[in-house]
Design a protein around this ligand. Structure first.
Ligand code: ATR
Length: 310
C-alpha cells in the first residue's frame, strides 16, 4: 500500500491493490500535489463505519491527465473520486457536469454511475453548511465580502453566496479582470429564474485591494471570507488591513492549516467571531460521500476523524 498512487498504478487491479488484495481501492482524491490531503482520513473513517470493504486513496495526477485518470478509474470499477487543486476546472471537460456545478464553475466530486461520469460541486454547499454550523446563521440575506474571489475556490464561494440569497456581495481580488467577468455573470437577470433565493435587487461589487472604497464596503458587510491562498505560508500578511474589520463581523478563512491565519488573528484581536476552513472541508466531504452513498449520514464520523474542532 502506498501513501500516494500515480496514474501508472491505475494500469491494473494487481498494481493498485498490491498489499491490500482484500480491500480494493474504489474511491480516491486526485490532485497535484496531493500528499498533504486530509480527505482519505475522513472518507476512510466513513467507509469503515458503514462496513464498506474498500479503500479511499490519494492519486497524484499531473495537469492534462485528468481525463485519462477518470477513464482508468472507471475501467477498474471505482465508485468515484474527489478532485482538488489544480484539477477542478480540467475535470469539467471530462464529465457530465450537473447544473449546480456548472453554475459554480468547477467540479470537485465525480461519480462513476454505470457508463456515465457525472461531476458535482460540493464546495459551494459545503461552505454554506459550514457558515450555518460555525456561526448559527444562514447566508440568506447576509452581506458578504469574499476576498480572493478570483481563484477557483473564491469564484465558487462568491457564486454560492448569491445563489443562497446574499443581499450584497463584495468581491475583492488582486487581478480585477477575473472578478469583473464574475460580477457580470452574477448580475445576469436569467439567474433569478434558475435559483429561487436570488435577490432581484442584489448588489454585486468588484474591487481591487487599492480601491479607496475597500474599507467602507468591508465595514458594510456581515461576513468576511478569505478564499485566497494568502495565509497559507509562514510569514504571509493578513489579506485585509485591520481597519477593514469591526467587532460585529463574522470572519471565515477557508484555510485550515495553519488553524489561525493572520486574518483570523486580526479578527480575534478585533473581537470578531472567527472560524477556519476545517468545517468546510468536512461538510464538502460529507456531501460528496452522500453522492456515492445516498441516504448515508457520514458527517459525525468524518468530523471525529478530523478532530473535534471540525
Ligand atoms: P484556487 O483556484 O485554488 O482558488 P488560485 O486560482 O491560485 O487558487 O487562486 C488563489 C487566489 O489567491 C486568487 O484570488 C489570487 O489572486 P489573483 O487572482 O490576483 O491571482 C489570490 N492570491 C494569491 N496570492 C496573492 C497575493 N499575494 N495577494 C493577493 N491575492 C493573492
Amino acid at each position: 500500500m502506498k501513501e500516494v498512487y500515480t496514474l501508472a498504478d491505475l494500469e491494473s487491479r494487481d498494481l493498485l491493490d498490491a498489499g491490500a488484495e482484500n480491500k480494493p481501492a474504489r474511491l480516491a482524491v486526485i490532485g497535484h500535489p496531493i500528499a498533504h490531503s486530509a480527505s482519505p482520513r475522513m472518507h476512510q473513517a466513513a467507509l469503515d463505519d458503514r462496513g464498506e470493504n474498500m479503500r479511499y486513496i490519494r492519486i497524484d495526477v499531473e495537469p492534462g491527465k485528468v481525463g485519462e485518470a477518470f477513464a482508468r478509474m472507471m475501467k477498474l470499477g471505482f465508485i468515484g473520486c474527489n478532485v482538488t487543486v489544480p484539477h477542478k476546472l480540467e475535470a469539467m471537460e471530462h464529465c457530465e457536469v450537473d447544473h449546480h456545478a456548472t453554475m459554480l464553475g468547477a467540479v470537485n466530486t465525480i461519480h462513476f454511475d454505470g457508463n456515465r461520469t457525472i461531476g458535482y460541486n460540493t464546495d459551494g454547499p459545503g461552505f454554506e453548511s459550514a457558515i450555518e454550523q460555525d456561526f448559527k446563521l444562514s447566508l440568506s440575506s447576509m452581506k458578504v465580502a469574499v476576498v480572493g474571489a478570483g481563484g477557483g475556490a473564491g469564484q465558487a464561494i462568491a457564486t454560492q453566496c448569491v445563489v443562497s440569497g446574499a443581499r450584497k456581495l463584495v468581491m475583492v481580488n488582486r487581478t480585477i479582470e477575473k472578478i469583473d467577468r464574475l460580477r457580470d455573470h452574477l448580475e445576469d437577470k436569467q439567474l433569478e429564474s434558475l435559483f429561487s433565493k436570488i435577490w432581484k435587487d442584489r448588489e454585486i461589487i468588484a474591487l481591487s485591494f487599492d480601491d479607496p472604497a475597500l474599507r467602507e464596503h468591508c465595514l458594510s458587510c456581515d461576513l468576511i471570507v478569505n478564499t485566497s491562498s494568502v495565509g497559507l505560508k509562514p510569514g504571509d500578511p493578513s489579506i485585509l488591513p485591520a481597519d477593514c474589520l469591526k467587532p460585529e463581523h463574522l470572519v471565515y478563512d477557508t484555510i485550515y492549516q495553519p488553524p489561525v491565519t493572520p486574518l483570523l488573528a486580526a479578527a480575534i484581536e478585533t473581537g470578531c467571531r472567527a472560524s477556519n476552513g476545517l468545517s468546510m472541508l468536512v461538510h464538502q466531504g460529507a456531501l460528496a460521500f452522500q453522492h456515492w452513498f445516498p441516504g448515508s449520514v457520514p458527517l459525525p464520523v468524518m468530523r471525529a476523524a478530523l478532530g473535534k474542532t471540525a
